[in-house]
Structures are given as structure tokens and as C-alpha cells.
Design a protein around this ligand. Structure first.
Ligand SMILES: Nc1ncnc2c1ncn2[C@@H]1O[C@H](COP(=O)(O)OP(=O)(O)OP(=O)(O)O)[C@@H](O)[C@H]1O
Length: 259
């Protein structure tokens, strides 16, 4: 069944002891939409991403994926729901080549692959070929096909991040969650990443948490601005930039002569 939102978050609150990390946060992500989550340090961005992928269970509110409510979403259920996530940093296995790292991402969709791996059985040649082909396609999509045989340690940081992105793509997600995809990248690499993400949005929705403001302004269709766990503004990048609530938060924090 088709739904107008791939993801819907309704009034989600998360508390850590006395601290309210998210306070009645709501957002919607439409098919093919790129939604950016921005805000100062400690605003609740990572906590929100953690709720979306089931790492953190909300104290209140609900998360709907493809119109279905997931009160007790577990991380291992994500691939089955068409959700993939990249982590802050890279998180690749050093002992595997780039393509083998990406095959880990494809494998989670293959039930037989799981059972045969558990039982220590060799994969069938056909299965192996299929996974390798899918992983190769994911690497090509992020323009990292030429490093398929390299180990992560042999690759520059920007390329390792692309391999990590390919691994998330290999699960063929409908919704891709990117946690600081631009961190540690040089200016040129950021621009390239922005183009890549725009291309990916042709076939999936994305939620991005990222500190590089210019990158977010140019890449995202819409932005959600968090401050102290609350959504203080939302809309297109232009709308958010012109929102008096954003200016008020800025003036309230450091002021024009501050940070
Ligand atoms: N597991 C936890 N236990 C206690 N407090 C936490 C936990 N995780 C986050 N917090 C607190 O919740 C608030 C929101 O943190 P979060 O990491 O989501 O913010 P953020 O916007 O991602 O920050 P940054 O930009 O620095 O990554 C912060 O005050 C943080 O200290």
C-alpha cells in the first residue's frame, strides 16, 4: 500500500534521567525527500536518529514507517523495513576488502545466507556471485568501484566513507539515515557527496544529520531545526534561514558578537 510519508514521527519525547533530550518532536519524510536535522551541540540530533533506527526507545510518541506503527522498533528489524543507516565515522571491518565490507550489507537481506553462515557452510557459488554483483553495483553508485579489492586501511578517509555508504545502499533501503556524512571531508569531497546524495534521492528518502551548514542548505529539500530537544523551526532551507525563531535562538545563545 502506498503512503504519502515513508517516515512519520509523532510527538516523540526521550528523557535521560532529568534531561529531556527530545521534547514532543514530530516530522514527516515524503518519498524521495531529503530531510536535514540541524541544531547546535546537544540539541538532540543524534538522539532523534537513534530513535528512528531503533537504538533508542522513545518515552512518549510513536514512529511510523510506511504507515505502520513501530513502538518497539529493534535495530535488527530495520533492513526488513527498508531502513539503513550509516554511523558517525566509518565503521568498516579492517580485515575485509571494500567489496566484502559492502557484501555484509547485502547479506542481511539473504535469509539463506544468514543460516549458512551460522552453520559454517560455504555459500553456493551462485549466491556468492549474486552478493558480489550487488555489492559491486553499490560501490559503482558511490563511484568507488575502483577500490573494490582494497582494504579500508589502504584508502583515504573520504573513500572509506563512500564504502560505508555503499554498504548501507546494498541493503536497498527506502529510507537512508546518514549520521554526519560530511565529517572529516575536504571541501571538494563535500560537494561531490552532495551531488551523490541528490542522485540517491531519485530512488529513496533520506534523513541527514550534519554540522556543515552550507552542505545542508544546498542538499536538503527541507530542514528541521532542533534546540534543547524541541523543534523550533522547519521548512525549506530558505524558510528556515529567514525564520525569526532561528534568529532568536541564535541571539539567545551567543549573540552577533559571539561564537
Ligand atoms: N545516553 C545518554 N545518556 C544521558 N544523556 C544523553 C545520552 N545521549 C544523549 N544525552 C544528552 O542528550 C542531549 C542531546 O544529545 P544528542 O547527542 O542527541 O545531541 P546532538 O544534537 O546530536 O549533539 P552533537 O551535535 O554534539 O552531536 C545532550 O544534552 C546529551 O548530553
Amino acid at each position: 500500500m502506498e503512503h504519502s510519508s515513508v517516515l512519520e514521527v509523532n510527538d516523540v519525547s526521550v528523557r535521560f534521567g532529568g534531561l529531556t533530550a527530545l521534547d514532543a518532536v514530530s516530522l514527516k519524510v515524503a518519498p524521495g525527500e531529503i530531510v536535514g536535522v540541524i541544531g547546535p551541540n546537544g540539541a538532540g540530533k543524534t538522539t532523534l536518529l537513534n530513535v528512528l533506527c531503533g537504538f533508542t526507545r522513545p518515552d512518549e510518541g510513536q514512529v511510523l514507517i510506511d504507515g505502520r506503527r513501530h513502538q518497539h522498533l529493534r535495530p535488527h528489524q530495520l533492513a526488513g523495513l527498508g531502513v539503513a543507516r550509516t554511523l558517525q565515522g566509518v565503521g568498516l571491518f579492517d580485515g575485509l576488502s571494500a567489496i566484502e565490507n559492502v557484501m555484509v550489507g547485502t547479506n542481511c537481506r539473504a535469509r539463506a545466507g544468514f543460516w549458512s553462515a551460522l552453520l559454517g557452510l560455504p555459500r553456493s557459488d551462485r549466491e556468492e556471485r549474486r552478493l558480489r554483483e550487488a555489492a559491486g553495483q553499490a560501490l559503482d553508485r558511490v563511484r568507488a568501484g575502483e577500490v573494490a579489492a582494497s582494504r579500508p586501511a589502504e584508502l583515504p578517509y573520504g573513500m572509506r566513507k563512500r564504502v560505508a555508504l555503499a554498504r548501507a545502499l546494498a541493503a536497498q533501503p527506502e529510507l537512508l539515515l546518514l549520521d554526519e556524512p560530511g565529517s572529516g571531508l575536504a571541501e571538494g569531497e563535500l560537494a561531490e557527496l552532495g551531488r551523490l546524495i541528490r542522485e540517491l534521492a531519485a530512488g529513496m528518502s533520506l534523513v541527514i544529520v550534519e554540522h556543515h551548514m552550507d552542505f545542508m542548505m544546498s542538499v536538503c529539500d527541507s530542514l528541521v531545526v532542533l534546540d534543547f530537544g524541541k523543534v523550533i523551526s522547519r521548512g525549506s532551507p530558505r524558510e528556515v534561514q529567514a525564520d525569526p525563531a532561528v534568529e532568536a535562538a541564535y541571539l539567545g545563545s551567543s549573540g552577533p558578537g559571539g561564537e
